[in-house]
Design a protein around this ligand. Sequence first.
Ligand code: ASP
Ligand code: MG
Length: 416
Amino acid sequence: MGRLVMKFGGTSVADIARIRNVARHVAREVNAGHEVAVVVSAMAGTTDRLVGWTREAAALHDAREYDAVVASGEQVTAGLTAIVLQEMGIPARSWQGWQVPLETDGMHGAARIMRINPVGIIERFAQGQVAVMAGFQGISTDGRITTLGRGGSDTSAVALAAALNARCDIYTDVDGVYTTDPRIVAKAQKIARISYEEMLEMASLGAKVLQTRSVELAMVYRVPLQVRSSFEAPDSPNQNTSDGGGPGTLVCDEEDIVEQQVVTGIAYSRDEGKVTVVRVPDRPGVSAAIFGPLADRGISVDMIVQNVSEDGLTDVTFTVPQKDLDRALKAIDESKDMIGYERIRSSQDVAKISVIGVGMRSHAGVAADMFKALAEKSINIQAITTSEIKVSVLIDAAYTELAVRTLHTTYDLDGE
Ligand code: ASP
Ligand code: MG
């Protein structure tokens, strides 16, 4: 039946009753003959609390000790899950990141996985044991505990699946990936299959089901990824996935998708900060003078618009993640002499709306349809970016819901 990695997020392991429910999902797959590795997050709310304590202890704290503290949430759930499985008669053992080992670089708080050696886990599979690995954490080359960044358990799970050559099922509190956020659009539909590339755009443009890096990793290693709900009854017949199909959303190769839509989904993000540098000289080197200092500070710039120049002066507008807005303004301010602008304007009342679909590669007019639909609702577009498979626009945040709903209809995504 092959190997399977089953990942459960924080809400799915929020208390002992839910961990029992998780164990029943695991039991089903074990009984179907799979060799199972389980990857767990911290119980809901735990990581936030741990992060809070590190801040309370010292606003500026040692990143190594931050990791020592916040990695503990997953240690608890891994142990509890193993206990509950054992109690159900299923042989199980917990594994901390360092015990696997899951080796990372030394970027504490946002470490990257370098290597996983699953030999120990595979030996235990041969003895009929389920492995329960603590997500989110690893060990650096100098032997310290590291964490992979918020939401990192998804990445732990995909990496382990790649190392084990396994399928990866991500169990969460929703039953799949939707055409857009169902809280905004009641007619949003569950997507049966979505390509890695589209999922990557959806995740990085605001859909919060999967950590972006986990999708990147799944794409590189071609790990079949399934997003599904842990809250559906573990023993109901439609939970059976031995045929490879499943009840959730399958993230897979483009070639494995038969009915490809032009637009697959709509994402939005209110996490944008907009900066306008007013009346800068329009001459070579000015963009470098603006964006160089931002790059030096590790601030990533997303959308950029430069107006046509009047009398040799122009305005440059760009967006950064909202958390970086203050630092960005400071950087521009500090380079005032070098850039030579008149003043800076900034706003947080903006939202980025994106339409995503690999079908755009072979279909003209997607962007035009988008602009027309927004215009009909009198929604002004402040900036635009495109890639091969997405178009994003920046609008006034007050119109976020209207824009998403309108576009969902425009691209025929509305369900019953
Ligand atoms: N517990 C960690 C977090 O909340 C990792 C995860 O849940 O994926 O970010
Ligand atoms: Mg998560």
